[in-house]
Write a protein that binds this ligand. Structure first.
Ligand code: ATP
Ligand code: MG
Length: 355
């Protein structure tokens, strides 16, 4: 059996470098090199509303922004079904049945939820929808018979919770035939890319934290952000020895730089190891390293920006593609919903004897 791949993003802002290395790079690899059955990318607008109920316009406007980010980063709409979560009603019916299979305390123990609660300013008024979004995410994954989920590391607890729901369902209803496939997370191959830090040195680059370099940022903004990125606060003079751990500029070099970049932009060094050891010894200033990083990032982002400018000329056909794809996604999700109802014994139409 070939794999079914599903992944997604919340339309809460433009996509950033964390998305690129954490998830988009793997998506491009699957798209271009892997023989899969189906590949879905879901724009999780309903999930985004769970902590943005008062910012509907933000979520609405970012649906198209995130889609343009995908397409300009190289996602091919002929190979991948990009759809909008809210346009696939069966997902919400599946969610309702799953809500009964998870306890409140289990949700409260979900490490990603715990971490996100710290950065969201909910105080004591946490929306129920936010607390339960891992359950809705399980429905998104299981509805499509997904086997592979390319994600960043913060999503591992969600995949774990999804598998728990699957097991609880199977134990409770003992289906005669298989209702769901078992999903597996696919993490980036480079460690730092599992959770790329923000330019402020915080643990995760995130749309909501305002510490991101976006794929659509202009060359000037990218440079400005790179030059302001957090390094080693004790590396004051060029001659001071510098620290690599926690230094965001070196984290980004780990994620984005290869030996060809040295030949092209910094021929005094052969590779990143040499650059790091000079920095640690002292005698290498932050500005030189930052300008090198800036060159690497501009080279990556230039073609993405160019493609974006072209795509922005025909927004309507992108929306049409999203709605068409959402209809196709609904057909698939409905098949799973029907199997669930049969397993649960709630396919009421069967109560009519001669149906
Ligand atoms: P928000 O702050 O609104 O939650 P976000 O920046 O966390 O936005 P999401 O849409 O929640 O982005 O995440 C989409 C995907 O990108 C997930 O697979 C997530 O693991 C991955 N991802 C997000 N940020 C990073 C990061 N800094 N490093 C690696 N992967 C990331
Ligand atoms: Mg997130």
């Amino acid at each position: 059996m070939k794999d079914i791949i599903l992944t997604g993003d919340r339309p809460t802002g433009n996509l950033h470098l964390g998305h690129y290395v954490g998830s988009i790079a793997n998506r491009l690899k699957f798209q271009n090199e892997y023989n899969y059955e189906k590949f879905y990318i879901m724009i999780a607008d309903t999930q985004a509303l769970t902590d943005n109920a008062d910012k509907v316009d933000k979520v609405k406007n970012n649906i198209i922004q995130v889609t343009i980010d995908y397409l300009s980063a190289g996602i091919d709409p002929n190979k991948v079904n990009i759809f909008i979560q809210s346009q696939v009603p069966s997902l919400f019916e599946i969610t309702s049945y799953f809500l009964n299979l998870v306890t409140l305390s289990r949700l409260q123990r979900n490490p990603t939820i715990k971490e996100e609660l710290k950065v969201r300013a909910f105080e004591k008024s946490i929306p129920v929808g936010f607390m339960t979004y891992p359950i809705s995410q399980a429905a998104d994954i299981l509805a499509f018979q997904t086997t592979l989920v390319p994600v960043g590391e913060d999503q591992l607890p969600m995949i774990e919770q999804t598998r728990e729901i699957l097991n609880t369902f199977n134990n409770l209803y003992e289906p005669k035939s298989q209702v769901f496939a078992t999903p597996k997370a696919v993490l980036p191959s480079i460690k730092i890319c599992e959770r790329l830090p923000g330019i402020d040195g915080k643990i995760k680059m995130s749309k909501s934290a305002g510490n991101a370099i976006n794929l659509c940022d202009t060359p000037e903004i990218v440079k400005q952000k790179v030059m302001s990125a957090y390094t080693d606060p004790n590396h004051i003079k060029v001659s001071d020895p510098g620290k690599i751990e926690g230094n965001v500029v070196f984290a980004y070099l780990d994620a984005f730089c290869n030996n060809e970049h040295f030949k092209k932009f910094l021929p005094d060094y052969e590779n990143l190891e040499q650059l790091k050891s000079h920095y640690k010894k002292g005698g290498l200033g932050d500005v030189k390293v930052k300008l090198f990083l800036n060159n690497i990032l501009q080279e990556l982002l230039d073609p993405i920006r160019e493609k974006r400018a072209l795509l922005e000329k025909d927004i309507d056909s992108i929306y049409e593609m999203l709605f068409e794809n959402s209809k196709k996604a609904e057909i698939e999700a409905q098949k799973t919903l029907n199997k669930m109802k049969e397993a649960m014994g709630i396919d009421y139409k069967k109560l009519i004897k001669n149906a």
